[in-house]
Design a protein around this ligand. Structure first.
Ligand SMILES: [Zn+2]
Length: 610
């Protein structure tokens, strides 16, 4: 550490290639390729960087917002927000890195991050040392920042202090590198102008290599901690148990079981909002309704809610309403009494009674029968239940958490769900975002899952190959976290010992290719599936017809010409350009002299999938 912290003599990178050998002193590649992706489109009020919409904002106004955040929320909360905002930007830029320099060396590809950071006006980034091995998950990065926009504003308002303050930028570096590497990489600012030094210096390493040192920095990258003021000691304890637990939203004891079934992992705004809501409602008695696609982790959210609630000492009973036959659901939930109206041979309590003084989690509530819905409503309203075949009522003290991936309002309209029960359940709805809506959490989630299955199957798998990572990051994830877990588990099992998970170890079943946004191309890279290229296979005739008409028109052919519209001609041109470029939209856009976003817009406005 001590030798690595020495200032660099020149802005050159000392690098280690993917093979592990040392490559000396490479300068940044020409930034022209990145600048060519920046488009100002004042006519429609947009700025584009690749396909991301950007903003030009005044550093002074960002500084004013920063001051208000600090003054109103306190320095810790403000730092956390700004760090995660930076993390989000960095994660987005990392998606551009491999696209922008597909045929370059790994270090040139990585340089996209520091170069974009400069292009975006944050700071000058001078590389000191960079060692990358994506497959082995090895990373060491040290950079010097000069002219940071962030500390400049901070010093102007608060003067020199005792803590580094380039929070957004540290978040950016961590987000960029974590997504690039496919595992959590944490940067720390070891020097900062706000400490009175002449420049800032940052060091980035995999989270587990930091040990105790980065506990405090890590705290600001976590979404929300599930205990008041997550203590540094708790984070330290988690760090020792691996990166996944260290970046968990909570501080549950890192026992193997907690490690195994907790996916409360992430730093994205959407996930952060969920954590915030869970924390707000946990200590009330309110009924909570989790909404969201299947596989997003609603049960994990419910367990977390229970764990931090006042009834955490009581039982947590989970029922998947869809997994129990309709005829049995009432006796399952409310219990059954021997004799009487039933032919039950034994009396037994239902899940409600078993969850007494605890939490009952009802998953897939939308498919409950109307009779069961009536009984549930009564349990919620009166706090009492009646076993099937019994006339006696029993009091229960149960907090109900429900979840559904159905639109319950639709179910009400269709007469399948009771409106009064809906209002009773919908006291505190929490929508859990899909994995597509929280892509920047993928590195942390992938890493968490990788560790989990490596341990479970006792496999020595190092990580993901670059192209596997590309595929994972651009995949559509219709099955959300559950699907991600399945893919990674399969990868861990199939990958060679001591090696990395490659694309063929992940996407092995046909269903992922034909059902999703992306499919596998013959060269192993992901291309849009079922999109333009396929449409053209059957649509060539249409293009030919248009070409014939245009020819007739331009060449002044005599006689009647089939009428054709400019719109048809443009559609044919767009399709041909995409086909010629083999689906590479940027190349197709260049052929047509328009920007990629413009091409995408035109294709979409014609109902063509991209
Ligand atoms: Zn700084």
């Amino acid at each position: 550490m001590a030798t690595r912290s020495k200032p660099a003599a020149s802005p050159r990178m000392s690098m280690v290639s993917p093979k592990g050998d040392c490559v000396d002193s490479l300068r940044y590649p020409d930034i022209a390729d990145l600048m060519s992706r920046l488009h100002f489109s004042p006519g429609d009020g947009r700025i584009w960087l690749g396909d991301q919409r950007m903003l030009l904002v005044h550093t002074g106004s960002v500084g004013a917002m920063r001051r208000e955040l600090i003054d109103s929320l306190g320095i810790d909360a403000a730092r956390g927000l700004l760090t995660r905002m930076g993390y989000n930007s960095g994660a987005r830029d990392a998606e551009l890195a491999r696209k922008a320099r597909p045929d370059s060396s790994i270090t040139e590809m990585f340089a996209v991050g520091p170069q974009l950071h400069m292009l975006e006006g944050m700071t000058v980034v001078e590389p000191v040392r960079l060692e990358i091995d994506v497959e082995k998950g090895q990373y060491y990065g040290e950079f010097i920042w000069k002219n940071c926009a962030e500390d400049e504003e901070h010093i102007r308002i608060y003067g020199i202090g005792a803590e580094p303050v380039c929070w957004t930028q540290i978040g950016y570096a961590s987000g960029y590198t974590s997504v690039f590497m496919g595992r959590p990489i944490v940067y720390r600012e070891v020097e900062c102008r706000a400490l009175g030094q002449s420049q800032c210096r940052i060091v980035g390493k995999p989270v587990e290599e930091w040990g105790d040192e980065a506990a405090d920095d890590l705290r600001f990258m976590q979404a929300q901690s599930f205990t008041q003021g997550l203590s540094a000691a708790a984070v330290k304890r988690d760090v020792r148990h691996g990166p996944a637990v260290a970046l968990l939203g909570g501080t549950q004891p890192p026992t193997p079981t907690a490690f195994g079934d907790d996916n409360m992992v992430g730093a994205s705004p959407g996930f952060n909002a969920v954590c915030h809501m869970i924390r707000r409602v946990a200590n009330t008695r309110a009924t909570v309704l989790f909404l969201g696609e299947s596989g997003v982790g609603k049960e994990v959210c419910a367990r977390t809610l229970h764990r931090i609630s006042a009834c955490s000492e009581g039982p947590f009973v989970a029922v998947n309403c869809a997994a129990i036959p309709e005829a049995l659901i009432e006796s399952e939930l409310f219990g059954v009494e021997r004799g009487g109206f039933t032919d039950a041979t034994h009396s037994r309590p239902g899940r409600f009674e078993r969850a007494d003084d605890g939490t009952l989690f009802l998953d897939e509530i939308g498919i409950l029968s109307l009779t069961a819905q009536g009984k549930l409503l009564r349990a919620l309203q009166e706090g009492e239940i009646e076993r099937v075949g019994d006339t006696q009522t029993r009091r229960v003290n149960v907090r109900v958490i429900a979840a559904t991936n159905l639109d319950l309002k639709d179910e009400i309209r269709a007469g399948r769900f009771r409106e009064d029960l809906y209002f009773r359940l919908n006291v505190f709805p929490i929508r859990v975002p899909s994995l597509r809506e929280r892509r920047e959490d993928l590195p942390v989630l992938l890493n968490h899952t990788l560790h989990k299955y490596r341990e479970r199957h006792a496999r020595d798998v190092t990580g993901f190959t670059g192209r596997a990572l590309d595929a994972l990051l651009s995949y559509g994830w219709p099955g959300n976290i559950r699907e991600m877990e399945n893919l990674v588990e399969r990868g861990v099992i199939l990958a060679p010992d001591g090696g990395a998970i490659d694309i063929g170890h992940l996407f092995t079943s046909g269903e992922t290719i034909d059902a999703q946004m992306f499919g596998l191309g013959t060269n192993g890279s992901l291309t849009p599936s079922g999109s333009l290229l396929d449409q053209q296979a059957g649509g060539t005739g249409e293009v030919e017809r248009v070409v014939r008409k245009v020819n007739d028109l331009l060449m002044g052919a005599s006689g009647d010409i089939d009428p054709t519209s400019l719109d048809d001609i443009e559609t044919a041109l767009l399709k041909s350009a995409v086909q010629r470029a083999q689906g590479n939209l940027s190349a197709a856009a260049r052929t047509l002299g328009i920007t990629r976003p413009q091409l995408v817009y035109r294709l979409k406005s014609r109902g063509l999938r991209v």
